[in-house]
Design a protein around this ligand. Structure first.
Ligand code: NAP
Ligand code: G4F
Length: 354
């Protein structure tokens, strides 16, 4: 049987890594893209410019809020696996656009599940669930598949609906539907307004003399940060099992935003010392005394998830999933990539010059 995948969110960080991974496994890959007023394919341009385009890799215009398009795609493509990665995925912005987030991140999942149930035959289904579901339960850590949910944002609440409707379709219609409860995963392709990429991009700009300082919100928040390339393998593994299930993917390590800042500057040979507290906190170059980091309450959220730390024992044991990149490796990869793009040199080269 030919393996045919349909990926929603193929232009996003995870979609681009997943498309690469599945093509390397010999899949025919179809990606759902939505229309933009400007071209929006930078994360997959290298695939579009390669030999897979038009032979194994195909893009289709649709929108996951539009069920007619989803029905058309599922019935025409006849995928053997559907990966539902599309979402309004920014937690902070979900407070600004709560109703749209409910549609795009919540109800759209139902629309796709219905399309698969009605026209997908024995197609397997992956739902991009999230550690944001755990939200406000810091006393239960590390968090696993057994930890209760308590979302703290419109995004988390929409994803909670998507999680349970996926479980419900599995139980009601015997569908092979899985939730990947993924902790934060990052890469050089991470959107520029998520905190890790904001930090590495700002540092690269500061070192290139193009930005004065980095302004952040809550630096005490703790996250379990892994590498997106490792996590897409886990998504695929979930759909290769005998039985469907729900799995946490994480690194089992947690760090504050402040520690990420320190590690990223450290990668370029700059030691940060901290002064002040709360909105008055400043990150200062220990050698020169220059203020490089400050706090801007504009980046605080109305409600915050303070602490995420994942236990991925089930995925390691049942799926044989393992990750190759640790926290230090992730910071180095992202910092190198942005510095190279902006200043034309790696962190090692920068350190040698300064
Ligand atoms: P991302 O970079 O923000 O990508 C989101 C993708 O969804 C983009 O391709 C976007 O298309 C697409 N999209 C959004 N709304 C859509 C709509 N109405 N119709 C069609 N496509 C739409 O997100 P990511 O980091 O790759 O994450 C992938 C998925 O995993 C998301 O569902 C996210 O919520 C979830 N997740 C992510 C993490 C993480 O740490 N990265 C952790 C847990 C769960 P455009 O390019 O057109 O905007
Ligand atoms: O990078 P973030 O925006 O990611 P967040 O909110 O953890 O959400 C990401 O991971 C989830 C999985 O747990 C995904 F479901 C979701 O789709 C997304 O990919 O923020 C991380 C932390 C937060 O506590 C935030 O308040 O960093 C804090 N932070 C501090 N200053 C900031 C900033 N976040 C952003 N985006 N920008 C800041 O300036």
């Amino acid at each position: 049987m030919n393996n045919i995948a349909l990926i929603t969110g193929v232009t996003g960080q995870d979609g681009s890594y997943l498309a690469e991974f599945l093509l390397a496994q010999g899949y025919e890959v179809h990606g759902l893209i939505r229309r933009h007023s400007t071209q929006n394919t930078e994360r997959i341009d290298h695939i579009l410019e390669g030999p897979y385009n038009g032979t194994k890799f195909f893009l289709h215009y649709a929108d996951t809020t539009d069920s007619s398009g989803l029905i058309r795609l599922v019935s025409e493509i006849k995928p053997t696996e559907v990966y539902n990665l599309a979402a309004q995925s920014h937690v902070g912005i979900s407070f600004e656009v709560p109703e749209y987030t409910a549609e795009a991140t919540g109800v759209s999942t139902l629309k796709l599940l219905e399309a698969v149930r009605m026209f997908g035959g024995s197609c397997r289904y992956y739902q991009a669930s999230t550690s944001e579901l755990f939200g406000g339960i810091p006393e239960t850590a590390p968090q696993s598949e057994k930890t209760p949910f308590y979302p703290k944002s419109p995004y988390g609440a929409a994803k909670l609906y998507s999680y349970w409707i996926t479980v419900n379709y599995r139980e009601s219609y015997n569908m092979f539907a899985c939730n990947g409860i993924l902790f934060n995963h990052e890469s050089p392709r991470r959107g520029e307004n998520f905190v890790t990429r904001k930090i590495t991009l700002a540092i690269a700009n500061i070192l290139a003399g193009k930005q004065e300082k980095l302004s952040l919100g809550n630096m005490n928040a703790k996250r379990d940060w892994g590498f997106a390339g490792d996590y897409v393998k886990g998504m695929w593994l979930m759909l290769q099992q005998d039985k469907p299930g729900d799995y946490v993917l994480a690194t089992n390590e947690t760090h504050t935003v402040r520690e990420f800042v320190e590690a990223a500057f450290g990668q370029c040979g700059i030691e940060i010392k901290w002064e002040g507290e709360g909105v008055n906190e400043k990150g200062i170059d220990a050698k020169t005394g220059r203020v490089l980091v400050d706090v801007n309450p504009q980046f605080y959220r109305p409600a915050e998830v303070e602490f995420l730390w994942g236990d991925c024992t089930k995925a390691e044991t049942e799926l044989g999933w393992k990750r190759d990149v640790d926290f230090k490796g992730l910071v180095a990869m992202m910092m190198d990539s942005d510095l190279k793009e902006i200043a034309g040199m790696t962190c090692e080269e920068y350190k040698a010059k300064n």
